[in-house]
Design a protein around this ligand. Structure first.
Ligand code: C5P
Length: 230
């Protein structure tokens, strides 16, 4: 099938602090979002990308192409799901309803080719799509409001959801519309799909496909990217 990348980049990145949205922080010589785009568009099966930007974003470098492939832009929304939905609606009109879309966080600069290959393979054979994920390594505690432990959660069956997350375009549009109509806040695309009864496949991905959220993450991303390029 046709494969397109969708990058929600309309968040303000307030958790990081400072006034530069985190997708525009630089690591290894370019903004995080450029690394994200390059990882996706550098894959021969990916035809192009749509980036959802905040209204009035003046930092977007204005790329219309990378790797000889189209980079389209649209204005995102108040929640991540709104931004992804806007991007899906901005895909070229002639793209098939069952085209595969790879939704990837702008602030995940270290996506590697082998993970992308395995994700695409899994998504092509799973009716409900697939996501990259990593097993939980720490022991998990549940706490009450006073910060006292009330339970230790078994971690064997728990995974951290990473991106990209790969779904058929029409199925994802429908799932996101449904979530919005229900007033449900979904923190990733798989969650919207799960609400419809779908059971996306987990594809174990590399731990170093990190989402930059704190200054320590940025330092780690810098290290990982510099090591790749040397
Ligand atoms: O805040 P968080 O790290 O979960 O954001 C993940 C991605 O979703 C980021 O790339 C951010 O720019 C994007 N996002 C968006 N529109 C929103 C909120 C977040 O595109 N309204």
């Amino acid at each position: 099938p046709a494969i397109w990348a969708v990058i929600p980049a309309a968040g303000r990145g307030t958790r990081f602090g400072g006034d530069v949205p985190k997708q525009y922080l630089e690591a290894a010589g370019q903004p995080l979002i450029a690394h994200a785009l390059d990882a996706l568009l550098g894959h021969p099966a990916v035809a192009g990308a749509v980036v959802a930007l905040a209204a009035g974003d003046e930092r977007w470098p204005g790329w219309t192409q990378r790797h000889g492939k189209p980079v389209l832009r649209c204005v995102g929304g108040g929640e991540r799901a709104d931004s992804v939905l806007a991007a899906l609606q901005a895909l070229p009109a002639d793209i098939a309803a069952d085209a595969l879309v790879l939704v990837h966080d702008a602030a995940r600069p270290n996506l590697r080719r082998d993970d992308l290959d395995r994700l695409i393979d899994a998504a092509c054979t799973s009716a409900d799509g697939a996501i990259l994920a990593a097993p939980v390594r720490d022991t998990l505690k549940r706490a009450d409001g006073d910060g006292r432990i009330t339970a230790t959660e078994p971690r064997e069956a728990l995974w951290r959801a990473l991106t990209p997350q790969a779904f058929r375009r029409d199925a994802l549009v429908e799932a996101l519309r449904q979530a919005r109509a229900d007033g449900a806040v979904v923190t990733d695309e798989a969650m919207a799909m799960e609400r419809t009864g779908a059971r996306p496949r987990l594809v174990e991905g590399r731990e170093d496909n990190l989402k930059v959220t704190t200054p320590a993450d940025l330092a780690l991303a810098e290290f990982l990217l510099a090591r790749r390029e040397s």
